[in-house]
Design a protein around this ligand. Structure first.
Ligand code: ZN
Length: 322
């Protein structure tokens, strides 16, 4: 029934996440082990939602729709929204102008404040394509429209009922993990693209190539290859990445996610060598330099022309005088 056997891991993760909610609800307080674990599992739900959106887990359509609903409840946002914001926009424009999740909308910098403000700003701008997509579905694909609306309803009912039963438990065991998941996945998008060169064939994304993060998060560190071949199953991305690894600039291959985060967002204000260099700004600088050179060359040619013409003019004048 599964498209790829490897997705047994996806199911284990989802069952664990669901089990953690039940366990915490029964325990009734913010448990020092269960709560952090539930935050981590919420992040994995966001990653699974991304994977399932690109390549659905099941062969059966109905099971995929059910999984969309399951993911929606733990991800904290309707799963269908990946389509207009991610597949149809981000994967097409890849951090270029018009990408609603663009990393350089407010600032060209890459620092703690740009990182922390990015998820909220990005979420705000993503509501436009979601609205447009729903309007499109309402006219062209009624079934998908109602499936999408159903996800909003299921999410609202899930959170609403939980709040009514016990608002404190609902906040800590459902709402906070959901918000954490949404924040984390947008933060991943930011670090995977910020200061890369969106116009480059191979240097448009930052990759986290260490084994630990990729083992825990379904190989989601290999981002260049994901953009090149978004339909590739997550279990196959490491071997696909290996084929193009030599084409990617070394500065866009980070072994450790955490060392990148600590270095770039905490230490870099004090240690300048830890600041990332913007490949995008460097490309713009080179383009402007080339334009200036071209203009200067055109200018000097014009001067040469003018000289020749003025020589010609003076000769003509002399001839006329004679
Ligand atoms: Zn993607």
């Amino acid at each position: 029934m599964l498209r790829y056997k490897a997705d047994v891991r996806t199911l284990v993760y989802m069952v664990t996440t669901t089990g953690l909610l039940i366990a915490q609800w029964v325990v009734g307080y913010v448990h020092p082990v269960l709560f952090p674990l539930s935050l981590f599992m919420a992040v994995t739900v966001a990653v699974i939602a991304h994977n399932h959106n690109h390549l659905p887990v099941w062969k059966s359509r109905s099971l995929n729709h059910l999984t969309d609903y399951w993911l929606t409840l733990f991800y904290g946002f309707p799963a269908f929204a990946w389509k207009p914001t991610h597949n149809m926009n981000h994967h097409v424009l890849n951090n270029r102008e018009g990408d609603y999740t663009i990393t350089w909308r407010v600032t060209e910098g890459n620092h703690f404040f740009s990182l922390m403000s990015y998820p909220s700003i990005s979420s705000f701008f993503q509501q436009t394509p979601i609205k447009g997509y729903l309007q499109h579905l309402r006219k062209k694909d009624k079934r998908s429209f109602w499936l999408a609306i159903g996800q909003y309803v299921a999410l609202a009912a899930f959170v609403g009922v939980a709040l009514v039963i016990d608002w404190k438990k609902a906040v800590f065991f459902i709402i906070i993990p959901q918000q954490f998941a949404l924040f984390a996945i947008l933060l991943f998008n930011y670090v995977q693209h910020v200061h890369a060169n969106e116009e480059s064939e191979w240097n448009h994304s930052r990759n986290f190539v260490g084994p630990a993060l990729n083992a825990l998060l379904f190989n989601n560190g290999f981002h260049t290859v994901h953009h090149e071949r978004a339909g590739t199953h997550w279990s196959l991305t490491p071997q696909e990445h290996a084929k193009i690894d030599h084409l990617i600039d070394d500065s866009l291959k980070e072994r450790s996610f955490w060392w990148y985060m600590i270095r770039t967002y905490i230490l870099s204000p004090f240690i300048p060598k830890f600041r990332t260099k913007s490949m995008r700004i460097e490309r713009i600088r080179q383009e402007e330099e080339a334009k200036r050179k071209k203009a200067a060359e055109a200018g000097s040619q014009a001067v040469e022309h003018a000289k020749v013409f003025s020589l010609g003019d003076s000769r003509i004048e002399e001839e006329v005088a004679e």
